[in-house]
Design a binder for this molecule. Structure first.
Ligand SMILES: NC(=O)c1ccc[n+]([C@@H]2O[C@H](COP(=O)([O-])OP(=O)(O)OC[C@H]3O[C@@H](n4cnc5c(N)ncnc54)[C@H](OP(=O)(O)O)[C@@H]3O)[C@@H](O)[C@H]2O)c1
Length: 305
């Protein structure tokens, strides 16, 4: 299968593009950040009118995994119109083009579509109520994609891992602070189900291989607080866990509102895939092992200079 990855320089896009995926071929779409990649690279801005339909005619992918977005929650608050187009309207346009060409489309959404007020675990049947501009535009994107292509996969995700900049993920935030011996805040009142980006990438490809379609929660099998996540990173790397300071997200001064409970059920995913989904412990071990193996440096060697 030939898979076109949008947002190939991003946290998810680059990890997906670098993944060993057997007989599948990757083509990565990037605006300007990458060079000398081991996968085929196409330089393009997705907002250029007509670009995507020309691109899929030339590349002829079997599937598209659309990771490109404005995924910066606070920057979406400053540019709601731009975020609505990039995170909402554009995915619908790309999904429509793909459907007309008979190409499978995977759209990446977010756990943050929920307001976090449910006492238990969110399933795909629960009604979203996004709190921030980012989450509102991502929910709009889900709706646009499924209206344009009923066979599309919409994956609500939360993930961590190494990125091109070395600063994109929550795991890198804790690693960078703790490695420098600095204190950092860990929210004790935000629960989530992070999945290691390598596990997420492999799961998305398996979903395509299995011919799944529709809405899925694609997160880790274990819920924990962001504070506990920071503690686990500290312990895995041998840093001082006391540097992670317990804090409430409500005292953080962050611009956009955040949900307190983002525990998502993966029952539908694991049932339809016929396999279990990894938890955070093995993911943090892989995050550690990748550092020992020089994976972050390897990523940076693909950075355009
Ligand atoms: N990170 C998380 O924890 C998280 C959690 C839940 C959901 N998600 C979702 O997961 C997906 C991937 O997130 P991420 O963290 O990997 O994002 P990211 O690191 O910020 O990467 C976003 C990518 O989109 C590209 N992009 C933005 N505008 C573009 C345009 N006009 N044309 C072409 N490419 C464009 C960026 O390219 P440039 O590098 O050129 O800007 C970048 O490669 C997003 O849909 C996000 O909403 C992320």
């Amino acid at each position: 299968m030939k898979i076109l990855i949008t947002g190939a320089s991003g946290l998810l896009g680059l990890n997906l593009s670098l993944m060993e995926i057997g007989t599948h071929t990757i083509v990565g779409l990037d605006r300007s950040k990458l060079a000398r990649t081991p996968f085929e690279l196409i330089r393009a801005d997705l907002t250029e009118p007509g670009l995507f339909s020309r691109l899929i005619e030339t590349v002829k992918p079997d599937a598209v995994i659309h990771t490109a977005a404005n995924a910066n929650v606070d920057s979406c608050e400053s540019d709601p119109q731009g975020a609505r187009y990039l995170n909402g309207e554009l995915p619908g346009i790309l999904a429509g083009c793909s459907a007309r060409a008979g190409i499978r489309f995977v759209h990446i959404s977010t756990d943050a579509v929920f307001d976090g007020t449910k006492p238990g675990i969110y399933t795909e049947a629960d009604i979203p109520n996004p709190l921030s501009t980012y989450a509102q535009t991502k929910l709009f994107g889900e709706q646009m994609v499924l209206a344009a292509d009923a066979r599309a996969i919409v994956a609500r995700v939360n993930f961590f891992g190494w990125s091109l900049s070395g600063t994109r993920s929550l795991s890198e935030f804790f690693y960078n602070k703790l490695a420098a011996g600095e204190q950092c805040n860990g929210f004790t009142d935000v629960y989530f189900c992070p999945l290691f980006v390598g596990d997420l990438a492999a799961t998305l490809v398996r979903m395509l291989d299995k011919g799944l379609s529709g809405l899925y929660h694609v997160v880790g099998s274990e819920a924990l607080s962001k504070y506990d996540f920071g503690q686990r990173i500290a312990r895995q790397f041998g840093f001082d866990p006391a540097l992670v300071i317990p804090k409430s997200v409500d005292e953080s001064g962050l611009k956009a509102r955040r949900s307190h409970n983002l525990r998502l059920s993966i029952h539908k995913l694991s049932t339809d895939l016929g396999q279990s989904i990894p938890g955070v412990s093995t993911g943090i071990e892989q995050f550690y092992t990748q550092l020992q193996q020089g994976y972050p440096q390897k990523m940076r060697s693909y950075q355009q200079v």
